[in-house]
Design a protein around this ligand. Structure first.
Ligand SMILES: [Zn+2]
Length: 395
């Protein structure tokens, strides 16, 4: 951490970082933006499902009455409810909804945001979601990283012929998505009762053949060797990992796959068993945190809230939580060399928070302490007024 520091931005990149006095003397004509508080690298939200229609309040109420996630899904709630919604909703409405959500994520400091499809589960509806992401990306100052998640669930019309659906994903959807460059990565929900390890391997192998990066929803509920598969296929990330096996932890520690943990999802679903964050860190895995922003299991847009849960629910240190929403989250998107650090040559994506101690990024549960955001060197968000929550010490 630097005090009385300055960052020099040239164009869209960081040109220098160091002591204010020296950098001001070296760049006397530079336009100045003064920050009181703490300046962080722009946060990287490496796992969201931000393209959806309505929130799923019925699911939420059913859970309050004691039904669990899988029972609700079996009765037509869960992901399939969002699928019916997205299939029926005109693209223009999805663009408007998604643009507003991305603006809110950005206002909470996320400057690079991964966004998945996966509520279409048929060629045209999956393409519709990915085109919505492309359209929104062109009109917001955040960087959106699109991921194809056609294997999010088996759609109802393929219930009794799963192999046909896997074939459809591999032979019809992936080639079009890759050809039209609508996604940079392909994801699969690898979980007993959703897609098996063998099915996930088939989908991810097809994706790699078409030049897409790969990642997995792995070992979220019961676990089945998803983490081991992620390392085997060279995935950029394995996400969730609540039920990861010891062998899976070892594989992640020795492989190049980032372990993405999603503690807000556990809190929202009322689950008491957390992912083994400390074991992952101590054995040498790179741990990232993400919102998992989605209407069914994680309706939050705040990475700082997730970082606070990383400390309180997963036992991460504050340094680890901050690394998990910046450096490691960038690595989970294959962007380790250009995002997530305030360093020379990196994208000039910066977040100022109105706080007096850098650890406050992983402390406040809910209130937004972000006071300004820059992406690609340009100011893009300044809230209406300061938010005061305690004694103010200027740093
Ligand atoms: Zn997810």
């Amino acid at each position: 951490m630097l005090r009385d520091a300055a960052v020099v931005v040239e164009g869209t990149r960081i040109a220098a970082v160091g002591a204010y006095r020296e950098l001001r003397a070296a760049h006397p004509g530079a336009e100045l933006a003064e920050v009181h508080g703490v300046l962080y690298p722009g946060f990287v939200d490496c796992h969201t499902h931000a393209v959806f229609g309505a929130p799923r309040l019925d699911d939420h109420e059913r859970r309050a009455l004691g039904e669990d996630y899988k029972a609700i899904a079996a009765q037509g709630g869960g992901i399939l409810q969002s699928v019916a919604d997205v299939r029926a909703r005109p693209p223009a409405e999805l663009v408007t909804l998604t643009r507003e959500r991305v603006a809110t994520l950005l206002a909470h400091g996320s400057t690079t945001i991964e966004v998945k499809s996966g509520y279409g589960l048929e060629l045209e509806a999956e393409l519709k979601q990915l085109r919505v992401i492309r359209e929104v990306a062109a009109s917001v100052p955040a960087t959106l990283v699109p991921t194809f998640l056609g294997a999010h669930e088996v759609p109802p019309e393929f219930r009794n012929r799963r192999a046909d659906y896997v074939r459809l994903v591999c032979e019809e959807m992936i080639p079009v998505v890759a050809r039209e460059r609508l996604a940079v990565a392909c994801d699969v929900f690898c979980e007993p009762g959703v897609f098996s390890v063998a099915e996930a391997r088939t989908v991810l192998t097809a994706a790699r053949r078409h030049g897409l990066a790969v990642k997995l929803h792995a070992d979220e509920l019961d676990g089945s060797g998803g983490a081991e598969l992620a390392v085997e296929v060279g995935a950029v990330s394995a996400d969730h990992l609540v039920a990861v096996s010891d062998a899976g932890v070892r594989a992640l520690a020795h492989g190049g796959t980032v372990a993405v943990l999603l503690p807000a999802t556990l809190v929202f679903l009322g689950r008491r068993r957390p992912a083994p964050a400390r074991r992952l860190v101590e054995q040498g895995a790179a741990v990232a945190l993400a919102t998992d922003f989605n209407p069914g299991s994680s309706p939050t847009v705040s990475l700082p809230l997730v970082a606070a849960l990383g400390v309180s629910q997963l036992g991460l240190r504050h340094t680890e939580a901050l690394t998990a929403i910046t450096v490691n989250a960038a690595a989970a998107l294959g962007l380790a060399g250009e995002r997530g650090q305030i360093a020379v040559g990196f994208a000039a994506d910066l977040v100022a928070c109105d706080v007096s101690d850098w650890r406050e990024v992983a402390y406040w549960l809910g209130p937004n302490r972000v006071s300004a955001v820059w992406t690609a060197g340009s100011a893009c968000f300044v809230p209406r007024g300061p938010i005061s929550l305690g004694p103010h010490v200027e740093a």
